[in-house]
Design a protein around this ligand. Structure first.
Ligand code: ADP
Ligand code: MG
Length: 242
């Protein structure tokens, strides 16, 4: 069973009198442990596809299965529970709470999952350690660099040990060296059999993954395997990234 199975999924929006075909007839399967880039011009449907894969939206037609579950058949609550348990999101801009420390920001996603305080704290520290930020636990977002803020966001996405990480242009707002560090971190996390899907429009970012799916006007126009990342970058110690 594939982790993700999308069969002819479409999402169209009615805006005023016209129909926007954001995602049209897209099909693919993604196995556990894959590292995938989704590329395409602005407006090609990348974010909409991520919302569908991340259970934030349901397709108008087609079938989307996550871990074999037909998502459209689940009610709202079960869908939210599945999202909370299986999916971690990372967005382009830091979506951290400005008046909470790095540690509190990461802890918060466990509070939603009903984890008790002492356990939350322990797991949040561990997640921040894994992204190389154990020395920044009490910093507020404005006291962190853009790359560090993204790493807090990644810690928040992994703290629940989700099967799937969805990152929508996570390197879009940082310089290329910082982007490199963020990709090294994803490579490292992917090594633990975590499935990662990264939206990007930077070719050098996409080349660091193992598979590139290209969208154009909502259609999937290419789905290619690419070579493995360089071993030297995979092995880079996490503490030194970004
Ligand atoms: P990308 O992330 O590749 O830039 P999007 O998925 O954001 O593309 O958008 C794809 C198309 O769908 C665009 O034309 C966009 O304007 C439209 N779109 C996206 N979300 C909505 C929405 N909630 N309502 C109406 N149109 C939308
Ligand atoms: Mg987008």
């Amino acid at each position: 069973m594939s982790l993700i199975s999308a069969v002819n999924i479409s999402k169209h929006y009615q805006v005023g009198g016209s129909l926007v075909r954001a995602v049209s007839d897209v099909s693919f399967e993604i196995e556990t442990g894959e590292f995938v880039a989704v590329i395409g011009r602005s407006g090609s449907g990348k974010s909409t596809l991520m919302s569908l894969l991340g259970l934030l939206e349901t397709p108008d037609s087609g079938h989307y299965r996550l871990k074999g579950l037909e998502v459209a058949k689940l009610d709202r609550n079960r869908r939210a529970a599945l999202r909370c348990r299986e999916i971690g999101f990372v967005f382009q801009m830091s979506s951290l709470l400005p008046r909470s420390s790095a540690l509190e920001n990461v802890e918060l996603s466990l509070a939603y999952a009903g984890v008790r305080r002492a356990e939350r704290r322990r797991r949040a520290r561990d997640a921040l350690d894994r992204v190389g930020l154990s020395h920044r636990l009490d910093h507020w977002p404005y006291q962190l660099s853009g790359g560090e803020q993204q790493r807090v966001a990644i810690a928040r996405a992994i703290v629940n040990e989700p099967a799937l990480i969805l990152a929508d242009e996570p390197t879009g707002a940082v310089d290329s060296r910082t982007a490199d560090g963020i990709m090294s971190l994803f490579e490292h996390l992917n090594g633990d059999d975590r499935t990662i899907i990264v939206v990007t429009h930077a070719a050098d970012v996409a080349r660091r993954t193992r598979r590139i799916i290209t969208l154009n006007d909502g259609y999937l126009i290419a789905d290619e395997r690419v070579g493995p990342a360089l071993p030297s970058t995979v092995a880079a110690p996490i503490g030194r990234v970004a």
